[in-house]
Design a protein around this ligand. Structure first.
Ligand code: ZN
Ligand code: ZN
Length: 247
């Protein structure tokens, strides 16, 4: 009877596996359920969280020994408008693929994992101070129409649910459709996005403290330009959180 029961169970698993193929969407080999965002334990183990020491200002991790510097080269070369920037994980290999497929190929099933990584690191930090709003970095309307969603906005909603901080998309907008930053140098990135953002009409920030949210942080040119527009509209402080960090 036991043997029959086992084989019946195997048959059932096979049938369910056929109807609901639960394979890891990154390696295609191991099993991964919807509640795991279709990413298996082995692939998850490759995700690297960013640990101190890092630059107090922009969050850039220091390689090797700790120095006495509070601001790194990245900060000294740029006029950053945010007070601090932090990211949960390194944007390497699997994480980079996750974000790319989530953003450009609408692989929305990865979203719970990306949100989980962000919340794990951001929620305890944000709880240490009072923040008025979470503000997702806006896309230009033309790009948002093309992509059909703003990844920063979706992740902001999940972070908002986890922290109890409201999400506000009515404060800042992208007024210039900038070209992709991927192949640009640091000064080119800054010039490319300098005038890309503006406070929305009627946005009056009476000394509010904001959490600016994006998916990936590279040089900080984009988030800094967005933070500058929010500061011009009256924000007292803007800190930046992203899921991943490119450099
Ligand atoms: Zn896998
Ligand atoms: Zn720095």
């Amino acid at each position: 009877m036991a043997a029959m029961g086992l084989s019946a169970r195997s048959w059932l698993d096979a049938a369910l596996g056929f109807l609901f193929p639960e394979a890891c969407q990154l390696c295609g080999e191991a099993r991964a359920t919807p509640s795991q965002a279709y990413v298996c334990a082995d692939c998850r183990a490759e995700v690297r969280f960013i640990e101190p020491p890092f630059c107090e200002r922009c969050g850039r991790p220091f390689e090797g020994e700790i120095t006495n510097q509070f601001e790194c080269l990245n900060c000294r070369e740029m006029e950053l408008a945010f007070s601090s920037a932090r990211s949960a994980v390194f944007a390497r290999e699997k994480v980079l693929e996750l974000i790319h497929r989530y953003k450009y190929h609408r692989a929305l099933w990865f979203e719970p994992l990306l949100a989980e990584l962000l919340i794990q690191r951001a929620a305890p930090e944000l709880a240490k101070a009072k923040w008025n709003w979470i503000v997702p970095v806006p896309l230009h309307p033309a790009k948002q129409r093309e992509r059909e969603f703003n990844q920063a906005e979706r992740l902001a909603v999940r972070l908002g649910e986890a922290t109890g901080i409201g999400v506000n998309t009515k404060l800042v907008e992208r007024v210039i459709p900038t070209r992709s930053q991927t192949l640009l140098s640091r000064p080119e990135r800054e010039a490319n996005v300098r005038r890309a953002f503006a406070a929305k009409k009627g946005a009056e920030l009476k000394g509010d403290r904001l959490v600016l949210l994006d998916d990936v942080f590279t040089t900080g040119a984009t988030t800094s330009a967005c933070a500058r527009a929010l500061r011009a509209a009256g924000a007292a402080e803007v800190c930046v959180w992203t899921v991943a960090r490119g450099i």
